[in-house]
Design a binder for this molecule. Sequence first.
Ligand code: ADP
Length: 448
Amino acid sequence: MLEKVLIANRGEIALRILRACREMGIKTVAVHSTADADAMHVRLADESICIGPPPARDSYLNMTAVLSAATISNADAIHPGYGFLSENADFAEMVEEHGFTFIGPSPDHIRLMGDKIAAKRAMRAVGVPTVPGSDDPVSDADAAAIADEIGYPVLIKATAGGGGKGMKAATSRDELKSALDLARAEAHASFGNSDVYFEKFLATPRHIEVQILADHHGAVVHLGERDCSIQRRYQKLVEEAPSPALNENQRREIGRVSSEAVRALGYRSAGTIEYLYEDGRFYFIEMNTRLQVEHPVTEMICGLDIVREMVRIAGGSSLGFTQDEVRFSGHAIECRINAEHPFTFKPSPGQVETYHAPGGLGVRVDSAIYSGYKIPTYYDSMISKLIVHGNNRNECLMRLRRALAEYVIDGIETTIPLHQRLIAEPAFVNGDYHIRWLETLVQRIGRE
Ligand code: ADP
């Protein structure tokens, strides 16, 4: 059993992990940059250590500083959260080499899934359908021929991709060269690797992903799917579980395919298999080898604490329940609340003057902000996640409408007005949307 966990993250996810540890009687160590000295995760942890100046590369991404903090505080494990070092296989390896437990999958699985071409090949080999496309990195010389073969529109994606970076669509041969140059430049700037591959660009799919838990002893369960089709610039803004697009048979089938793939790969810990879903068919796009931002919607419908399960698994425990024992109940929706202008998405950092979070039956707020908190400019703009549960989708929507109206965050602009607008749209109310629907809504709002 683990006794002390260092949380190598900040913001709401650091608090989320801290809360799970505290409930399990595990001590917590927060790390922080100088910009976060007053942050909530620092205030609530049992111990805290400053690991560097504000830029993430000098603090939250500084592996030596994080490992030194773990040594000094005598932690026995490190939870990386999401973002930062969470999908860095070298970091996971260093953590283990220094005698700490990494709360996540093996470095080999992180490495495999971090190379998106290798991940697609590995998934196909264990029976998972993938998006048609190039099976190798594409060279400038071969690009036109490969795109012709796939057929336009093609999507250019970074092999080291993440967060929608290095992703550009080309609708014709004329656009290919400039899209390719842009994608390579962005991939190089974001990942230090300009390799790209091509995929058939699906027109109006949904993004549906399956949450997996697997232990060291071969047990694998899936916790159902999440629909994350409400996106802008390839980034998720609203997530829900279950997906309004699937029937029971489809749900069971994609859950089974995902569990079997994970079992065949010998994966352990929490993980998410992401698919695009169009015309009744699933196409694997990537696997995230970490806790995801949107994990709470799954927790709300199956009554499990995914972070606690990750910690238990990392400590060597067995899952302790079977697929048949996973019970799904009701519907959950998450709204990501960002410090941004609701319709132009221009960042709006600054000081939160008044903060009042909604509450009541079925309402959960995962956030680390408070009245008087100054949002630093250095990090992600997401400041809160509002998660609402109801006995069915309609009750969930009614509750979400009520909770959004109650939420007060003064002093900065937030995406709350966009959420209010989008949940009033008939298409959303009917569950009838796809990954490009939000973009068209935002354009429509812009013209009004
Ligand atoms: P990242 O790792 O950068 O997040 P993903 O492969 O997970 O990249 O894709 C992110 C989003 O980009 C998807 O949710 C979807 O909206 C869009 N996308 C990815 N691949 C395709 C595709 N082949 N066709 C259309 N849209 C895609």
